[in-house]
Design a protein around this ligand. Structure first.
Ligand code: FES
Length: 614
């Protein structure tokens, strides 16, 4: 009985696997290679990993009873159920992983090139009985004539050196990274000098192929971070690696796999050989950078939140299995604090926020899956991390989803009618961050919620009363009827969802308020507000203003800077000076731990109010 095999069929693709009885469906899904979202990492919190299952299954759990009250009987949560006989599984559209809208836009700025990787062509004098010096010494002698003395090298290069010298008739190109001799290539390979810059986000990974001599961008590509199937936020990923003995290896393998797939695609578009890519730079939040290194980030999530590594890392491509020239180099940005990582250093670099000559007061807000805020006043920089991101990425919102096909991204309420815009057109299957902000602002405008966020139609909002319904013991606003929704499940924004948005908004506003106090700056002294990441690029500024998503800065110019983290990664790729600057930034920015700031909870509560922006 114990070893009895059962058949699990996944529809509509008809993927089929045999597995042991009592196998959790989640394991069967992994085994079959079906791509499904486990937003809370399978902890039973989100209720979004819905599947329709026919066959013999484990009994309904209390978690499922809570989440599946209003759906049909054959719907189950994939993270909760195990197979007890042959079953047929159909994945709900909301549960399927699809490609998100990825932000690749960046501000245009001229980057001064000061190449990190240099190529020097050498025509060596061949050995003779009168000149019997060793091959390596011969190479070093010629490099010395070009002012490069005693370059560091490694055994792999020495092993290949005699072949390269003789096959190329003693004409060769030396590839150097600072004082390190990386590669020797036969003949003249100058002009083929490339690098890749990566922004490794919790949700998306963006890579750019750059000509290192000219700084020209040859191709950009992006993928969903495949670790998302183990949880949408960094805490869920840490939970996953803690509960699976091989978890860390799996997460590292997934991210490196995605990076290598992007490199492959960049090479195809740019028509560049792997051997001619000598350098890769990486920025990410601290947890992502730890996972990329294969270093356990667990202590980052535990008091007192200590990373294993904060400084920058210089490695060989083979150390991590990154598919560029095997002798090529990797540079991982330094971090600032446990939850302010290399991506924030990159944003500071890209926006010149640490420009000591600037007298301006500038504020940068980068909200992705995590949220970071940096305030600069002259030489002083302070930063903080807020838990604002997940709500904007659809996590913790009952029918929330990332900004991908089927997500409601725009909402308008007027004269009793609702207009929704869905990414990719067609029927809606959930709501993303910009849709959430739009809906809340419209509910506020129509007085369906009050400034405290309470969903309670006033006498002025009678035409909307039929849309206020109960869901899971909470009031909710019916956005899309079940007949018009993709899953056949009505799309409702619940009171709890509005609270989540208020928490996110409160986190941003209180973070800003505290940083202003730390530097003794008044709001009307702020000259510029820079919105980095998807947050600044996709939301409707009017809606954001209506709900007071960020405080009002009377004199400040507000500007979206797109994927500034990617730009920072590119800047460090093409300039040694920029790379050095990252170290200065990492050491020079003061981190403020918001949770331990005096009166933080009072400040947060006040900042959650839709009406107040003080
Ligand atoms: S409830 Fe299953 S992944 Fe969240």
């Amino acid at each position: 009985m114990k070893n009895r095999k059962v058949r699990v069929v996944f529809q509509p693709e008809r993927k089929e696997i045999l597995t042991s009885i009592k196998t959790p469906i989640r394991e069967a899904i992994e085994k079959a290679g079906v791509k499904i979202n486990f937003p809370c990492g399978g902890k039973g919190i989100c209720g979004k990993c819905r599947i329709r299952v026919k066959g013999k299954l484990s009994p309904l759990t209390s978690v499922e009873k809570k989440h599946l009250q209003s759906v049909e009987n054959d719907v189950r949560l994939a993270c909760q159920v195990a197979v007890e006989g042959d079953v047929e599984v159909e994945i709900y559209p909301l549960s399927l992983i699809s490609f998100p809208k990825i932000l690749t836009d960046r501000i245009n700025r001229k980057i001064k090139i000061k190449p990190v990787i240099k190529k020097i062509y050498l025509s060596l004098s061949p050995p003779s009985l009168k000149d019997q010096i060793a091959d390596l010494s011969r190479l070093e002698r010629h490099l010395g004539e070009r002012g490069i003395r005693y370059p560091l090298t490694d055994l792999d290069l020495i092993k290949r050196l005699p072949g390269v010298m003789r096959e190329g008739d003693f004409k060769l190109t030396a590839v150097l990274e600072k004082q390190r001799l990386l590669v020797v290539e036969k003949g003249d390979t100058r002009g083929k000098n490339f690098g890749v810059a990566f922004d490794v986000g919790t949700t998306t990974v963006v890579g750019t192929l750059i000509d290192l001599d000219t700084g020209e961008e040859l191709a950009t590509d992006a993928l969903l971070n495949p670790q998302t199937s183990f949880g949408e936020d960094v805490v869920s990923r840490i939970d996953f690696l803690q509960s699976h003995p091989e978890g860390l290896k799996i997460l590292q393998k997934r991210i490196i796999g995605a990076i290598n797939r992007i490199i492959q695609r960049l090479r195809e578009v740019g028509e560049v050989k792997k051997e001619n890519i000598y350098l890769a730079t990486f920025v990410g939040n601290t947890v992502m950078q730890h996972l990329l290194l294969g270093v356990n980030p667990t202590n980052l999530a535990l008091y007192p939140y200590v990373p294993v590594v904060k400084r920058s890392m210089e490695l060989k491509a083979t150390d991590l299995g990154i598919r560029i020239n095997p002798q090529g180099s990797l540079y991982l940005f330094p971090s600032i604090a446990a939850f302010v990582g290399g991506d924030t250093v990159a944003v500071i670099l890209a926006t010149s926020l640490s420009n000591e000559d600037s007298r301006k007061v500038r504020l940068a807000i980068d909200i992705g899956t995590n949220g970071e805020i940096v305030l600069a006043k002259g030489k002083k920089l302070v930063c903080a991390s807020t838990a604002a991101g997940p709500a904007f990425e659809g996590a913790r919102i009952s029918q929330g989803m990332r900004a991908e096909r089927g997500a409601i991204e725009k909402v308008r309420l007027e004269e009793g009618k609702i207009e929704v815009e869905v990414i990719g057109g067609g029927r809606a299957r959930g709501i993303c961050g910009s849709g959430l902000i739009d809906t809340s602002s419209q509910l506020l405008k129509e007085k369906i919620i009050d400034s405290s966020g309470r969903l309670k139609p006033s006498s002025k909002a009678k035409e909307w009363s039929s849309r206020i319904i109960r869901k899971n013991d909470h009031n909710g606003f019916l956005l899309v009827e079940k007949e018009k929704a993709q899953d056949g499940i009505p799309i409702i924004l619940t009171q709890k969802d509005i609270r989540e948005l208020q928490l996110a908004k409160g986190a941003i506003c209180s973070g800003i308020k505290i940083l202003l106090t730390c530097l003794g700056v008044e709001r009307d002294e702020v000259d510029e507000v820079l919105l980095a990441g998807a947050f600044g690029s996709y939301i409707n500024p009017e809606s954001a203003h209506l709900i007071g998503l960020i405080p009002t800065f009377p004199k400040a110019k507000v500007r979206s800077v797109g994927n500034a983290a990617s730009l920072g990664a590119i800047m460090a790729l093409v300039s040694e000076k920029n790379r050095k600057q990252t170290e200065k930034i990492s050491e020079g920015v003061d981190y403020v731990e918001l949770a331990s700031y005096p009166d933080f909870s009072d400040i947060l509560t006040q900042a959650m109010d839709f009406g107040k922006q003080e």
